[in-house]
Design a protein. Sequence first.
Length: 451
Amino acid sequence: MTDLVSLLEVGGPVAALGGGAAYTRARHPALYWSAVGGPISTVRLLSSYGSVMEACGLTVAPSRLRVLAVKATTRREVRPVPPRRGLIRPTTTGLRLRLRLAPGQEPADVAASAERLRHAWGVHAVYVTTVKPGVVELRLVGFDVLRKVRMPRKVDAGLLKVPVALREDAMPFVRDYRTVPHQLTLGATLSGKSMYLRHLVSGLAPQDVALVGIDCKRGVELAPFGSRLSALATDPDEAAELLPVLVKEMEDRYDLIKARQGIAPGTPDEEITSDIWGLPENERPVPVVLFVDEVAELFLVATRKDEERRDEMVTQLIRLAQLGRAAGIYLEVCGQRFGAELGKGATMLRAQLTGRVCHRVNDEASAKMALGDIAPEAVSAVCAIAPELPGLAVAGDTSGGWSRIRTPYLSLGTAADICRQSAHLVPDVPALKPFRPDVPEWQVESPAVAA
């Protein structure tokens, strides 16, 4: 009886400790990883590195010199040689280490064994990236970072760069308009598409950029950011007036480039290979980012007159997508579906949109519209997104690469406040002044008030 009481007295704290660890792991995975998971995985990696590499087929036969040296100095068995391992660097989400590949190995060999390494070292996922020829980096992620998104504190941001989401490898997903000038973003209702758009607008608001919006839902998505917008169209009729102005602005910028570089005025725009970033800073026009929400509304027609207007708008959007990058005009096209069934020009416009982000959609055909032509294997990942995970999406580009991302929560009020505090940064673009949205005076704050 005495032994039983003693056992219960000892077991109580142990049970409490185990319960606390389980609670921390479920509710605060980052804290659990730093305190428990990280050290355990580090010990596993250090103690089993050689055997795991051999089991995964990532070892090579030792050199003759190594064989002779081992036989001359010891009686140990000469074992295959694994890739040389660098220092293990712990992070708040996992571990990082670099491997110097043995002769005859390639990064694809390590990437093919990522799932085996994950199980061997007890981590959530393993990602392999090439650092330089012969050197790869293993990024071990200790837990599901997309379940509760926490953006890194330090992100390499800059002009036309917006850290908008977190990737599944715990790296920030940065929307870089200089690298990927135009993008298509698809998602069903309540999939997180609007949250993604809020992050883009609020991230660009403090920058020296002209923001233009086309929101055919009567402006319910973009109107709250009106204090920072240089132009806003809230129905197809207004969009039909705004798009020709943007095309004219693009043509004027090409004339500016040609005049600066001494190119003949009659040279076709398609033959100009430079862009506004080659101009002196004091002559460089401000970049323009055009947000098109619910792009399908621009394609819908009811009468013959609407069809003519639709064809004109689609032609202008295609021109902006084809030629706008060099003029500093970038497109962010959003919608629920986007494919050939929308009408003439839809497929051609989609082909010009390099970046693709697809949130949860209602059918497989919608996922194929977004990613089927650039990363077919990503379609199944989109179809697996659950409704309980708003903001989760698959991002890809024309290079064929793709990854799962998730946007952190950002309330509409917070995004609108950021735009109000940046209202004084609205650039002077004379062509867009007639389309500047009417904003009540109380919504426009001076920098002093905002501070």
